[in-house]
Design a binder for this molecule. Structure first.
Ligand code: PNS
Length: 161
């Protein structure tokens, strides 16, 4: 059984993330989407809230599970029996950092590889930060967010002023 992990901040999950999740779920028997801590970011949603938002969007995919973990990514992969980390690449600007992370993770555990999926051209500009900014100014979010979670994102962004 081929198991993979798709890690990220997912603050919140966007249609760009969901596109990568769906494609990865066709490649692997089991995909864990894991909300992790990025020390460089100050998230809007708690990790539990982010997991719940992801769960709602992948409810119809039996081989996808959403969880959170506050440890090392490779340690989480080992616990799950996963040998592959899936990452989405939107543009060259993503590459330097993602490449560095992939090398660091492989250094810690050479048995775990990182697989990069090219983002769909529809979503190359899309990020959780852009979505939060748009929500603040009342933009139509249907092209950016899974429908099931749009109202929650707007409510949270507005509640934070
Ligand atoms: O969506 P993001 O913010 O680009 O995701 C980054 C994330 C959460 C995947 C990364 O920060 C991470 O792997 N955090 C867990 C701690 C870890 O294992 N760091 C890498 C080795 S130093």
């Amino acid at each position: 059984m081929k198991i993979a992990v798709y890690p990220g901040s997912f603050d919140p999950i966007t249609l760009g993330h969901l596109n990568i999740i769906k494609r990865a779920s066709r490649i692997f028997d089991k995909l864990y989407v894991v909300v992790m801590k990025n020390s460089d970011k100050n998230p809007l949603f708690t990790r539990e809230e982010r997991v719940e938002l992801i769960r709602r969007t992948v409810v119809n995919f039996p081989n996808i599970e959403a969880e959170t973990s506050d440890g090392l990514l490779v340690k989480y992969c080992r616990e799950k029996g996963a040998t592959v980390i899936v990452k989405g690449l939107r543009a060259v600007s993503d590459f330097d950092w993602e490449f560095q992370m992939a090398l660091a993770n492989r250094k810690i555990d050479p048995a775990i590889d990182t697989l990069f999926l090219a983002s769909s051209e529809k979503y190359t500009y899309l990020s959780s930060s852009v979505v939060k900014e748009m929500a603040k100014y009342g933009a139509d979010l249907r092209e950016f967010l899974p429908r099931e979670i749009i109202d929650d994102i707007i409510a949270k962004v507005l509640s934070k002023g």
